[in-house]
Design a protein around this ligand. Structure first.
Ligand SMILES: [Zn+2]
Length: 510
């Protein structure tokens, strides 16, 4: 591309920003001059009115120009794109002002719609990557579950990994969730965040912020983060902050990962919550049992009819709901029942809760998912963690999104599941030497391949093989959810659950 063509692309980018990024007329020259300086140009193109496709016709050619002209290395393409689009995005304070005006004039829903659309339009949320994800739904024993093979995290190529290794760690920002990320230029091992904009809020009297998740595991996947870099914790104050959040954003649910490894999320170092607009599978299930007898007559307490162990508290009085949810949290923290292998504490704490709040009309609902992260000799990965035979599908901790029935499976499965199908169609023959080689990515699937070929043969057509492999993944996800249940869905488990509700919490079955 010539520099004359580049000038036209840059002018189109400014037009795009006026239409999609709330770039104001008053800022147009300022932004245009910033772009000229960035590309060492003396004057902009004039008379450019329209623009084509944002990614393929504007952004990609500009980034390619930068790489061709030595302004960025090939492996730094996303870093450069983010720097470019950060320049086009209004400043953090003007975003906050506009958000507040929208809240006052047209309500919170329109304010979050605007911020969400802006976060997509400036590629902070890269829809081009997220649209690559493979998604389906499965109707299982206790309702629908969602399954996503996550292809949106760009695979790092060996060049990027090698370059990242050489970089010194600065310790700034302290983690990916710190508010200091706003505007950060990024490196090959810390994403660029010039396009990130956050909104300050108050939760339980504390200063927090919201931002959208760049990964968007479900619709309007939002993150609330403490303005202070401090470890995750789930306590009575947490529950109150979750209830405050649904008062501020009644159209979103919000929940916290448990604050212990294995049962918690991937970031335990920064206190944060995850929420969003989507009705997650667990919310839709009914009641297995209802309990009464609390000192509050207007709060209802249920066991939800779900794969794992969920105490559901609902009522119109926020303080009463908070008090009973706190009672569940504090009672569970000290509850042991050796008949079902639940031991709350050894040298360290094992019982924990994943709490999720939402509002339906003026009713507050908190789902308290009971968790335990203890390991023993027979279960080195966790007694209530997926069994080893399921690790070919998911080995990582089962966090808040999965326990609610939405599975985010690793991207490697796309090619690996195709390869399993090849054995069922006879496209590939079983070679024990090859399958027993631990270097082979299919090594972990060897028992599955042998079982499926044994059950279905090796001369099926592609459609049949697709069905078999999808059914296998669906079943594995249901089993993973059952593994996380501290009270199993059998007579012994349910009677232990009942004991927790009655003897532990002092309630009566209705
Ligand atoms: Zn942090």
């Amino acid at each position: 591309m010539t520099s004359e063509e580049l000038k036209i692309k840059l002018a189109q980018l400014v037009n795009y920003a006026k239409d999609n990024l709330s770039l104001r007329e008053e800022d147009e020259s300022y932004v245009t001059n910033g772009l000229l300086a960035m590309f060492n140009l003396s004057a902009p193109a004039t008379g450019v009115e329209n623009y084509g496709d944002f990614q393929s016709e504007i952004v990609d050619p500009i980034v390619a120009y930068a790489i061709e002209n030595g302004m960025a290395k090939e492996e730094e393409n996303i870093l450069f794109e983010t720097k470019l689009l950060g320049l086009l995005t209004p400043s953090p304070s003007s975003i906050i002002d506009k958000f507040d005006i929208l809240v006052s004039n047209t309500g919170i829903r329109s304010a979050t719609d605007w911020l969400f659309n802006l976060s997509k339009a400036n590629n902070y949320i890269r829809c081009v990557d997220i649209n690559k994800n493979i998604k389906w739904e499965h109707t299982g024993k206790f309702g629908k579950i969602g399954i996503t093979i996550n292809l949106s995290k760009p695979e790092k190529d060996p060049k990027q990994i090698a370059a990242a290794k050489l970089l010194p760690k600065s310790g700034y920002p302290a983690c990916l969730l710190c508010t200091e990320n706003v505007g950060f230029a990024g490196t090959l091992n810390h994403p660029a965040r010039q396009t990130l904009r956050i909104i300050p809020i108050k939760l339980g009297g504390e200063s927090w912020s919201i931002q959208y998740s760049p990964y968007q595991y479900y619709r309007e996947h939002i993150i609330a983060l403490s303005n202070e870099h401090r470890p995750m914790a789930v306590n009575s104050d947490t529950l109150f902050r979750l209830l405050d959040f649904v008062d501020l954003f009644p159209h979103y649910f919000i929940g916290s990962n448990a604050a212990l490894p294995i049962v918690g999320g991937s970031i335990l170092t920064h206190d944060h919550y995850q929420g969003g607009a989507k009705v997650l599978p667990m919310f839709e299930v009914g009641t297995r049992k209802q309990y009464g007898g609390s000192k509050y007559k207007d709060v209802e307490v249920y066991v939800a009819d779900w794969y794992n162990s969920v105490v559901r508290v609902s009522g119109k009085n926020k303080f009463e709901v908070h008090e009973i949810a706190t009672d569940v949290l504090e009672t569970w923290a000290k509850w042991s029942d050796e008949s079902v292998n639940v031991i709350c504490k050894t040298s360290e704490q094992h019982n924990a809760v994943t709490p999720i709040a939402r509002k339906e009309g003026d009713t507050y609902i908190i789902d308290m998912i009971l968790r335990n992260n203890r390991t023993d000799d027979a279960h080195p990965y966790g007694i209530f963690h997926p069994e080893e035979k399921l690790h070919n599908i998911k080995k990582e901790g089962i966090g808040i999104i999965e326990v609610m029935g939405l599975f985010i499976l690793p991207g490697r499965l796309k090619s690996e599941l195709e390869c399993i199908k090849d054995y069922i169609t006879g496209n590939k023959n079983i070679d024990f030497k090859e399958l027993n080689n631990s270097e082979n990515p299919m090594f972990k699937h060897a028992p599955t391949i042998l079982q499926l070929v044994n059950d279905h043969g090796n001369s099926r057509d592609r459609v049949y093989a697709d069905r078999v492999v999808t059914d296998y993944v669906n079943d594995a996800c249901e089993q993973i959810l059952e593994c996380t249940a501290v009270f199993k869905n059998d007579e012994q488990g349910q009677s232990a659950f009942d004991k927790f509700m009655t003897q532990g919490l002092g309630l009566k079955e209705l």
